[in-house]
Design a protein around this ligand. Structure first.
Ligand SMILES: Cc1cc2nc3c(=O)[nH]c(=O)nc-3n(C[C@H](O)[C@H](O)[C@H](O)COP(=O)(O)O)c2cc1C
Length: 252
């Protein structure tokens, strides 16, 4: 490559990376199977720990996806009641256990103090962007419930990681997912990673034969973005100064 090409391409790459945003409203337009296969092939070009590829992807479309969504929405409705005032609905949830997480209970815990302001900020800015008032619990719950409709995406992927590799499996899955998301973006498709869906893995296991050696990491919605205002949201980025750990001793 010539120096001019490198300069041109590297600028293009930076702009392309920065132009990817999470999509939270999709058109119903189906994604052709060949396109899904190509995106998954691109996903597998990511690096991996000892090349083990310690992950599996369950791809849900059509009736399978719809059945999962219906059950998720029913469980979310039950779970959301715990936030409402009054003891009756809370007790009903505790006794019936319907809606309580069957996997990843972490999701209902608070963020660590260092990370909490960032999570609060993106939540506030996203809701401001779509005109949902902070105190409007019904509207906030409805927006969160969109996660369980997969934001209308025609394809929902569920990412499972091999338990034996601990954090390294999640790291590999993250690299693979980023390739997948960028490949989709390059083809005019949108994606949204979804931690929201990793709390009821039993629902997914009813639809797919998944080994107990694998645990659910997250979901990933895939499809063509609509022109809804939610899709124009740009999440804040921390600066490089916040990213980099400085050495304790200055170099000579
Ligand atoms: C593992 C993971 C899980 C996520 N879970 C959700 C989710 O459940 N719902 C949602 O709306 N966005 C979710 N997101 C999207 C993040 O909120 C988003 O990536 C972040 O705010 C940065 O915005 P951007 O993707 O538009 O750059 C998730 C992202 C990642 C990487």
């Amino acid at each position: 490559m010539t120096e001019a090409q490198i300069t041109h391409d590297s600028k293009w790459v930076s702009e392309f990376l920065a132009s990817r945003r999470s999509t939270r409203d999709f058109l119903a337009t189906p994604v052709p199977q060949e396109l899904i296969d190509q995106i998954l092939t691109d996903a597998l070009t990511a690096p991996s720990w000892s090349n083990t590829r310690p992950f599996k992807v369950a791809v849900a479309t059509g009736e399978v996806k719809d059945r999962i969504s219906v059950e998720f929405l029913a469980r979310w409705e039950a779970l959301a009641k715990i936030r409402q005032p009054g003891l009756k609905s809370k007790l009903r949830l505790i006794f019936s256990r319907y809606g309580l997480p069957t996997s990843n209970r972490r999701i209902i815990k608070k963020y660590a103090a260092e990370l909490r302001p960032r999570a609060l900020r993106v939540g506030k800015e996203l809701y401001d962007h779509i005109g949902v008032e902070r105190g409007d619990v019904t509207a906030r719950n409805a927006q969160w419930a969109n996660n369980y409709k997969f934001f209308g995406a025609p394809v929902e992927m569920f990412i499972f990681i091999h338990k034996s590799l601990h954090v390294f499996a999640a790291s590999d899955a993250g690299l693979m997912m980023q390739n997948l998301m960028l490949s989709a973006h390059a083809r005019g498709l949108g994606t949204c990673a979804q931690g929201a869906v990793n709390i009821w893995d039993d629902v997914i296991r009813q639809e797919f034969n998944i080994s107990k050696d694998y645990r659910l990491l997250c979901g990933l919605a895939l499809g063509y973005p609509s022109d809804a205002v939610v899709n124009t949201f740009g999440a804040h980025r921390i600066g490089v100064d916040e990213l980099v750990i400085k050495p304790t001793r200055a170099s000579k």
